[in-house]
Design a binder for this molecule. Structure first.
Ligand code: AMP
Length: 447
């Protein structure tokens, strides 16, 4: 089967690599030592140049915050930073903050992290940074420079979608190689285009490898995602053959992620990585067994009345009410006070010494009410909080987990009540996805 052959020179760092048309050439063997056919012709770029919006990192303003890592703190290519900026990410998640210094330095990594921790962006940023900063003078079709293997189609598609949005200004060509769909379309794309990043499930990739539709001997960056699920799904033999077709482990950079580390995964991780560093991120656990989570469908105008009613009821001791904005917390605390409830405010606009005194008071009494923003509320580690209220559904699902984690601590049980009005209901889908379980909504109790 004829395989196109192409020479691609990366332009300067400021310019995105351009997509080039590929002429046909003879097939070649997928071995690490295979002699590359020489490019037959220098190729012209036939595609019209895309206008890249003018952007530089000075437009990406994120305040320095203690204990948090900004993406600016890594020496990332502006095209990647621009993608991150568009995605609205400000600070690196813990897995990103821990793994990026390692992987950007070119070292292998074994990461224990679950979905929801931001691990996808963690490995993609490094893959893209590497591809943008080191460019081979010759490129061939059928030869990706980065390979990401995932156990399921859904995950692979999600990773590819993330890669496309994160890499939207990089000009890197990302494609999925997935079982059960578009065999011919994938084959044609692989044999006709210069692909930078292939995101694949093992079966189809191995099939293409056997058919010499794809060659993996130019893979510089290898990512194995959800290694434990690969094991569960019986993909290890396929994966071994796939990895065997990539360069030796000391000649590629390998990032391996797994949520759990059964013995077999430990053994495989060691054989597939070269002097790996290990990072482990336990997502702040959603303490479903110690927190009773309720979601009340409620109109905005009814929230105060229902909240005050519950706060006055017997079972409520120490309570924290979270709202999304400082001004909402300030006004809400004032309104609760007018309704005869002694509510204290904890937000960024409260002076530090006052905040300390407020927290002391909150700890001292069994029945106290605190109204807080996410940022101020993160530092509250007080046992015996009986209720957490989400006056607004948080914009970021991660904040939901942080918020409800303020109750049900130290072996005690707690209740988390989230108010969802008609404008917020759409956010429930994201939260469901993040939590990995179905959210059951209800109407607030009549009394
Ligand atoms: P993952 O664990 O890769 O599935 O990512 C979980 C979610 O977190 C995805 O929706 C990402 O878009 C989002 N995410 C990843 N990194 C960040 C970040 N640094 N800041 C905010 N959101 C992020």
């Amino acid at each position: 089967m004829p395989i196109g052959l192409i020479k691609r020179l990366f332009p300067s760092k400021e310019k995105a690599p351009e997509k080039l048309a590929a002429p046909k050439a003879a097939p070649k063997k997928p071995t690490n030592t295979s002699v590359k056919p020489k490019p037959k012709a220098a190729l012209k770029n036939k595609a019209p140049k895309k206008e890249m919006p003018k952007w530089d990192a000075s437009q990406f303003k994120v305040a320095v915050q203690e204990g948090k890592t900004r993406f600016h703190d890594f020496d990332l290519d502006d095209r990647i930073l621009h993608g991150i900026y568009d995605l609205g990410f400000e600070y690196a998640s813990p897995i990103q903050a821990e793994s990026l210094p390692i992987t950007l330095a070119g070292l292998d990594i074994i990461g224990k992290a679950q979905t929801g921790t931001g691990k996808t962006a963690a490995f993609l940023v490094t893959v893209m940074q590497k591809l943008l900063t080191s460019a081979p003078s010759e490129r061939f079709v059928s030869e990706p420079r980065a390979l990401i293997v995932a156990p399921t189609r859904e995950l692979a598609m999600q990773i590819a979608a993330d890669a496309k949005s994160l890499g939207k200004y990089t000009g890197l060509n990302v494609m999925t190689v997935l079982g059960g769909m578009d065999y011919e379309k994938q084959r044609v794309k692989l044999t006709n285009e210069v692909i930078d990043i292939v995101v694949a499930t093992p079966g189809r990739l191995l099939d293409f490898l056997n058919q010499k539709v794809v060659f993996l001997d130019q893979v510089e960056m290898l990512v194995i995602d959800e290694a434990d699920r690969m094991l569960d799904m019986g993909f290890i033999p396929d994966l071994k053959r796939i990895i065997g077709a990539t360069p030796e482990k000391n000649l590629r950079q390998t990032q391996l992620f797994s949520a759990t580390y059964p013995f077999d995964v430990i053994a495989l991780s060691e054989s597939w990585t070269h002097k790996p560093r290990q990072v482990e991120i336990e997502p702040e656990s959603v303490a479903t067994d110690t927190v009773d989570q309720k979601f009340y469908i409620i109109q905005e105008t009814e929230k105060d009345k229902v909240l005050a009613g519950i706060l006055k009821s017997e079972g409520v001791g120490r309570a924290i009410i979270f709202a999304n904005r400082r001004d909402t917390t300030r006004d809400l605390a004032a309104r609760l006070n007018r309704m005869g409830l002694d509510a204290m405010l904890l937000s960024g606009e409260v002076a530090q010494n006052k905040r300390t005194a407020t927290l002391e008071r909150f700890k001292k009494f069994d029945k106290t009410i605190l109204v807080a923003t996410d940022v101020a509320g993160r530092g509250i580690h007080v046992d015996g909080v009986s209720h957490v209220f989400n006056y607004n559904l948080p914009d970021d699902p991660e904040d939901y987990v942080h918020r409800i984690g303020r109750t049900g601590r130290a072996g005690s049980t707690g209740t988390a009540i989230t108010f969802v009005d008609e404008y917020e209901a759409y956010g429930l889908m994201d939260l469901e996805k993040y939590l990995g379980n179905k959210i059951v909504t209800e109407l607030p109790p009549q009394e």
